[in-house]
Design a protein around this ligand. Sequence first.
Ligand code: ADP
Ligand code: MG
Length: 701
Amino acid sequence: MTEKEFSLKPDTPVQYLKGIGPKRAVRLAKLGISTVEDLLFHLPHRYIDRSNPKPIAASRIDEEATFVVKVLGATYRRSRRGLIIQILVTDFRDKDSKPMDAPPAQLYAVWFNRPDLRGKFKSGERLLLSGQVTFYGDRQMVNPFFERLDENPDFFEHPVFPVYPLTEGLAAWEVRRAVNQALDRLKHMPETLPEEILAERGFPPIKQALEKVHRPQEMAEVNSGLARLRYEELFYFQTLIAMRRKILDRGTRGEALGMAGELSAAFPACLPFQLTGDQKKVIDEIEADLSKAHPMHRLLQGDVGSGKTVVSLYAMLRAADAGKQAAIMAPTEILTEQHFNKWKDTLAEIGAKPLLLTGSLKNSEKEERRAMIARGEVDMIFGTHALIEENVEFAHLAVAVVDEQHRFGVMQRAALANKGGARPHVLVMSATPIPRTLTLSYYGDLDVSVIKQMPAGRAERRTELTYESKKEGVYRWLQERLAEGDRAYVVCPLIEESEKLELSSVKETYDELAERLGDKRVALIHGKLKADDRTQAMAAFRKGEVGVLVSTTVIEVGVDVPEATIMIIRHPERFGLAQLHQLRGRIGRGSRPSRCVLIVPAGLSPEARERLKFFAGTEDGFALAEKDLAIRGPGQIMGVRQHGLPDLRIADLVRDRDLLIAAREDAFRILQEDPEFAAHPRVAATIRRRHQQSLDFLGVA
Ligand code: ADP
Ligand code: MG
């Protein structure tokens, strides 16, 4: 190292590091690393405790593992698949290692088509080997990641050795060297967390935390450093959410709606059913919100069919009671019309004034209806996005409901809320159960109500798993059921990358069934079909002219055919559990028992099988969503994509739940006490430096 080396700053581009030329810079960029700070937040995904490495014998099949090994021998052969390189290895221990708690074992490492590795492995050489452990006569790893320890003497200097996520063309030692250099040359890393939090939560300062995670002396250090960095990410995530809430609350104050009046009192009595306990509970929660001047901002969650609509209508009627207006916005015209047609008579009977506003009305009609809204002649308005167009003005919007909220962006939801003179009370509804972990995080700015209980009188619904080889049996059973008057959906997966494949798979399924049942009894719908043809197919199925509807996942929200009792899903392993649950929600709506059959292919992995069995065994949408979250991450839960918040790189909402709760408390408290961050300059500076994009998106800047 030369004296001339200037010290680095967090925002110095990585090219300024020694040994990082343009080529490596491009590869680092692929990992999302362009500055020194990015590099330092690129954390090891694994550590090898050199004093106590994991023995091969202690690994389970299918597990991701890293071993320190010695090469026993290598073979090279040609096959139809090209060059195959195979080495046999066994556990390696150096003089510092503790005795193993398992007998030494062997493992094969295999590489396909890597001519560059030919002749490169020597007996006795030491490797770090990491990858998925599989079984093929003995334990093996296919195309594992490896490092030659004899060429990496630094391995033997680190008591705990960091292993970094890599990308093509970037060697592990290159990343490690760059990180070490950055730590050495970064003279000043600005602290990002307020002193009070460091003290209260017992976290190390930032530079120290980075040292601990990149150059630990023992595993305990890693954990203390990691906790602080994870907390830090969650803290800023929550701060952005707290700021978003402030934006939604911006503008004039809300207004209390006073006591329940005639309309809302009359409503429950004219329903053809008793409200469930959960519905009543949520109505009480809403009632409490509406009586306050602070505007309600509530998320109502409940499975498809749990009866969210009546609850929202009750809230809307409270506005009408007070001589003001309420609006409900739904994502599609079908759904909006369905709501309106179902409720308009009941509402009119008790004296409310309902109105429908959608895009496909004639212009003159739309204009007339907008005028009625502006003059305050109607008080219960059902609409689509048409409601948030600029030319829509309400006389006095006091309650705004957003149905299927995950289909709208943050700004669209805010646009509806901005339609009032005073701030309306806002209720957003979701049929996709969002795990509590996520409501705490992505939806942390909302109060949450949950309807868990289903209305009584729903018939039983069963789900079972069967193999592709039993498909004929399923079809025979289907034929019998159709003869009894049942109706069935057969769903084939939507594969985004390959529409052609997808189409051929639904068409194939359609052909198979049409051949067996006659083409008059089977209809086909998919996204590529013209809207008219689709409507026609749906209508035929609704009327029962057609007994089987073969479909991609286009049969989503809004499709409601109570007579349908059978749902057959092919390749269910390609769907998330929340989505499967939505699909399953199409059946079991009437009084006849229903059945969902998952047809899985022969080579299903044990994990996929376990996941689907879990699905078959539970009807609890929340449990399913939690499982999805744990397995596939938050991006896979419907509705969290449009949040406009940064992705989490270090923290994990499931694993770090306790940190999340702590971060949430701190972030909301600080914003409450010090909305401009005047006393928290570190927070202000960090948000500006790291989260400008989110600020722009949220409209805070
Ligand atoms: P979602 O929560 O999916 O929006 P809906 O509000 O559309 O569900 O309700 C589903 C169906 O159940 C509707 O036909 C609705 O009228 C009916 N329903 C709602 N509440 C009850 C209840 N307490 N008892 C019986 N049926 C109910
Ligand atoms: Mg609904």
